[in-house]
Design a protein around this ligand. Structure first.
Ligand code: F6R
Length: 590
């Protein structure tokens, strides 16, 4: 949610910042901008639109210091003026986060004579730093951020001073170390291939970055030491390869995501076992697709361990004054590990005395600093805004967590079933032809995904994915609930997609297919249960056949099917599935 990058060094800052912004674009893409310093003079370029809009203005720019920003608007519509950087006097700033008390700060600054140009909350940071500047940019930033409520990862430069001053609180920010050059960015992929060593700034840290070195201070400007770590993002994995979109590329990486997550689990199994000993209640939480994985985690824990489990969206969970009680464990699920609601839900759970388990794809994220145990999802960097391979990785991780809670050996029969899944996922990705069904969806007024139990959990994921990338309205719904209201929406302009992977419940869901078809609705069935296609062959318009597998592991293949339907529909409608409108990856604001 907004990406920022800074560079000080021997190479042209314009090139480094532009490339970094391209890598960060999945965090927001409604406008972009950068400020460059050469010979003490700052030039600002900012435009509404995607990062590539900046390219034509950068041809003749050369600079030794630069800061850049790609925006996902929170305060103020996407426009040239509201794009970052924002300046006040000689100060120029880029900011990711939300300054919650910006109105009162702005009012006060205006009454003191400040002239605001944009509608953003971020501009107050530039004015505050300018106001506090008394010859030392680092001191001015330290003083200014003390006034801010909310979250920030920001970078400031001042005309005539060859340094970047960065600060963070509740928004991610890393420093990158080079030779004769140093960096600062929202995440590691932004620096992949150009910087091998990084450190993760902590809340309240302030960093001074020059071409020659980096100093990191706490909020009282005392020097602090932060661990220097290898940059985990590898540049080769970030290209599109032969795929037209990251969404398809990442769907093709589902098998590795499941396989590597399984492998990585061995490294954490013992720690998890001891952290979970005595646990008598489990709460799964997350947002969006991660919440959909939570719905599956709940079913795994209840089925395998027979321990009561709940799943709740993090945004609801954190504000409902939850009761934890002795023996509660909270599983916070997040691809990015930076989603504001999930991070705060985890913090709340920790403060409430619950054991906190982070299930995340980003091992240096904020969530990992809060958790008692981190269960890795080894999906690799996910660039498409719509989550795919991270979801299947989360499901695989939750399966193993539930086995551990149940006291089962993960090398036992259930664990062995998971070992077969990468091959079956590959088969699903390669064999499912979602084209004809996508064509039907593309012209539908509404698309409904229906299923029971675990299939219902995948149905809501299918619906979210289709809405997100194709902009077609619809809903994911329990098949049994259809007749209690939603059936009123069904007519010839709607498509209902049924997921049937549990032989024991197949007959029940088949009834729902009949109810839809007899009201003139179009129906499609995704199944790997014997006999379903035969029984429904005159009723449903389309069938997607899934590889046969254990019902508990079926989400790993049925999710591939629904995500492929969403992808094909989006492409058919000319949408960009990697950058859906109004969205961004890594939602670090509330
Ligand atoms: C949907 C999607 C989002 C994310 C949600 C949580 O395709 O990607 O719904 O799942 O924003 O993000 P993380 O997992 O980073 O916490």
């Amino acid at each position: 949610m907004c990406g920022i990058i800074g560079y000080a060094g021997k190479n042209n800052a314009a090139d480094v910042v532009y490339k970094g912004l391209k890598r960060l674009e999945y965090r927001g893409y409604d406008s972009a901008g950068a400020a460059f310093m050469l010979g003490g003079k700052i030039t600002v370029i900012k435009k509404e639109g995607k990062v590539e809009t900046l390219a034509q203005y950068l041809n003749n720019v050369s600079a030794d210091i630069g800061i850049g920003h790609t925006r996902w608007a929170t305060h103020g519509k996407p426009s040239d003026i509201n794009a970052h950087p924002h300046s006040a006097g000689a100060i120029t700033v880029v900011h990711n986060g939300i300054i919650e008390n910006y109105s009162e700060l702005k009012e006060r600054l205006i009454s003191d004579g400040a002239d605001f140009l944009s509608d953003t909350d971020s501009e107050v940071a530039a004015h505050l730093i300018n106001e506090f500047y008394k010859g030392d940019l680092t001191a001015a930033v330290a003083q200014a951020v003390k006034m801010l409520k909310g979250s920030y990862a920001l970078m400031a430069i001042r005309a005539g001073e060859s340094k970047i001053v960065a600060a963070r609180y509740k928004s991610p920010l890393i420093v990158g170390y080079g030779n004769g050059e140093n960096f600062c960015a929202s995440d590691e992929p932004a620096l992949a291939g150009i910087c091998e060593k990084v450190c993760v700034l902590e809340d309240g840290d302030i960093a001074e970055i020059t071409a020659d070195g980096v100093n990191i201070y706490n909020g009282n400007l005392q020097l602090v030491i932060r661990s220097v770590l290898p940059n985990l993002a590898v540049s080769e994995s970030l290209g599109l390869g032969d795929c037209p979109h990251y969404m398809l590329k990442e769907l093709r990486e589902v098998p590795q995501s499941v396989q590597f997550t399984h492998k990585a689990f061995y490294g954490v199994e013992e720690k998890l076992k001891s952290a979970l000993s005595g646990v008598n209640r489990v709460i799964f939480t997350g947002c969006g697709t991660a919440y959909h994985a939570a719905l599956i985690g709940k079913r795994y824990v209840e089925s395998f361990a027979r321990i009561p489990a709940e799943a709740e969206t993090a945004g609801e969970f954190r504000y409902k004054n939850p009761v934890f009680g002795a023996g509660a464990a909270v599983f916070a699920i997040s691809q990015s590990g930076e989603t504001a609601d999930t991070v705060e839900a985890a913090r709340l759970a920790k403060a409430g005395g619950a054991k906190v388990v982070a299930v995340t794809n980003c091992l240096r994220s904020e969530l990992t600093r809060i958790a008692d145990v981190v269960v890795p999802v080894a999906a690799g960097v996910e660039i498409c805004v719509a989550a795919t391979k991270s979801y299947t990785g989360q499901v695989a991780a939750l399966y193993l967590c539930a086995l551990t809670l149940a006291g089962e050996d993960i090398g036992g029969w259930r664990g062995k079933l998971l070992l077969k899944m990468p091959e079956l996922c590959k088969k699903a990705v390669e064999s499912i032809d979602a084209g004809a069904l996508a064509q039907l969806c593309a012209s539908a007024r509404g698309v409904y995904f229906l299923g029971r139990d675990i299939d219902y959990a995948v149905a809501v994921e299918g619906s979210l994915k289709l809405k997100e990338v194709s902009y077609i309205a619809g809903e994911g719904y329990p098949a049994g609930e259809l007749k209690h209201g939603t059936l009123a929406l069904i007519d010839g302009k709607t498509v209902s997609i049924f997921i049937i992977t549990d032989g024991g419940l197949a007959g029940k869901t088949e009834n729902a297919v009949e109810q839809v078809v007899s009201r003139g609705g179009k129906a499609a069935v995704i199944t790997n249960v014997d006999g379903v296609e035969e029984r429904l062959k005159d009723k449903a318009d389309y069938f997607i056949k899934l590889p046969e597998c254990d019902k508990y592991l079926s989400p790993l293949v049925s999710a591939v099917a629904v995500q492929l339907i969403a992808y094909r529909t989006a492409v058919m409608l000319g949408r960009d599935p990697d950058k859906p409108r109004n969205l961004a990856k890594s939602v670090t604001v509330e």
